[in-house]
Ligand binder design. Sequence first.
Ligand SMILES: Cc1cc2nc3c(=O)[nH]c(=O)nc-3n(C[C@H](O)[C@H](O)[C@H](O)COP(=O)(O)OP(=O)(O)OC[C@H]3O[C@@H](n4cnc5c(N)ncnc54)[C@H](O)[C@@H]3O)c2cc1C
Length: 489
Amino acid sequence: MAGETDNYDAIVIGAGYGGVTTAALMAKAGKRVLILEKGTQPGGKAVTIRKGGAAYEMWPIAGGPSEGSRFHELVRDLGLDPAELIVMPEQTGEFLYRDASGEWLKFGFSSRPSEDPGAAGRMPKALGIDPADLGGMMQMTASIFSMPEDEIAKHDETSTLEWLGQFNLPEPLMAYMGVVLNLLFVVPIDRLPVSEAVRTLKDFFRGGGGRYHAGGFGHIAELAVGYVESHGGKLLTSQRVVRILIEDGRAVGVATSDGEYRAPVVISNAGVQPTVLKLLTGADLDSEYIDKVKSYEPSWAFVGVRYFLDAPVFEYPMYLAFSDESWWESTRFAAAEAGDWPEDPLLFVAVPGLYDTSLIPDSDHQVALVGTLSSPDPESPMNDAAIEKVEEMTARLWPAITNHLVRKEIYNAHSVSAASRDAVVPGQGGECIGLAQVIGQCGASKPDIRGPVPGLYFTGCDAGGYGCGTHQAVESGFVVAEAVLADLG
Ligand SMILES: Cc1cc2nc3c(=O)[nH]c(=O)nc-3n(C[C@H](O)[C@H](O)[C@H](O)COP(=O)(O)OP(=O)(O)OC[C@H]3O[C@@H](n4cnc5c(N)ncnc54)[C@H](O)[C@@H]3O)c2cc1C
């Protein structure tokens, strides 16, 4: 399909959740959108793999908030019913906390928001915390719930770790908050801005966390593309965009190895850094802007192992194992990067077939994705060390895995970069989320959704949104669609 001549209103580079959300909302507003994806199917980092009648996730996926999410809005905009697509099991998973004596304490959690007033006390009780020490937790919860938006917005430069310090949380609760924040944002919590943390935690407190999607986490991206195609648009896969075409100083289309495609608007889901530093080579850009883009920092990576099992080893779709040493700020991350790992790094487990039993036809079989935090640098030796830790800890916590292992696949910063985002500056490429949600890159300092040349926009986790992973991408998709539609008049 080289040199597509159809009249498209917009071209979207990349079919990740940011790209497909923007495309679907523009299609809903009557625009014809061409999506060009270098991979073979939509979903981006949240793609669902379908092989031999089975479906599983490329990378661990559970979403939050569970209820009241932007995914619900997107599904409704596609003319579908969220109740049929959003999965929220009553018992979603288990937290495993290794206390100071070395004992593993377990407590279950639900992806649904609880209406039981006693629920808030159950987790601290399971962590062995004296109820007399819960004042700080209650103050923190009240602060998060009651902070108005104008107050939140004042905290783009406030460190979440410092802010948490005022509540004097008992150590197990601090560990719990630390690993949850690490998992939601994949950044050091001393550099996570309070504005980002509080906005997101508020959504989770209200709506719960741990949502999944019937048919696979990437299924809603596939439905969004179907919607675009039924409204005059098109997805072309295996189409790597190599250049954004610039004429008279504005974006007028893109080039792939197959040919050129033209439209008055180009929306890139390929990441701010790859878009500016690799695809915009024909534009005459201000050197200060280029330096700024080069200086952006990626989120950490999330790396691990996909275990294919011939027997049910896991009972629940999700687990999070941690100890007091598992949550990371900058110093702890630097120590692990230098080879000094905690005995129990944060371990996150997702078993998609337990969310939706139709994914794996053989009900005895399981695919489990187990992973931890690591460096986003595709060449970093930290990735191998992290995977060794994941394997050692998984075998310790679920010894049955060894007897039921059919095969395993490793995912690391290198494979994440190869399948999603090009590495264009040293140390970047394998990031889990996108540009890091750290002070200086969030709230008012978040990169602009408008690119450096007219007609070019960014969608996805790098610009326009807030929140956890995929939710941030969809949020951005909404913000960008609204702005582009307004600009198009
Ligand atoms: C290991 C791992 C685990 C994760 N776990 C979770 C989780 O449990 N929950 C959660 O919410 N989030 C999770 N995330 C994060 C989440 O997947 C991402 O934040 C989100 O999917 C990013 O969406 P996006 O739209 O910004 O970009 P992406 O998903 O990266 O999409 C970008 C798309 O653009 C395409 N593309 C790039 N360059 C080009 C080009 N030149 N031409 C054409 N196409 C191009 C890519 O192939 C890709 O499809 C995880 C991520 C990883 C890597």
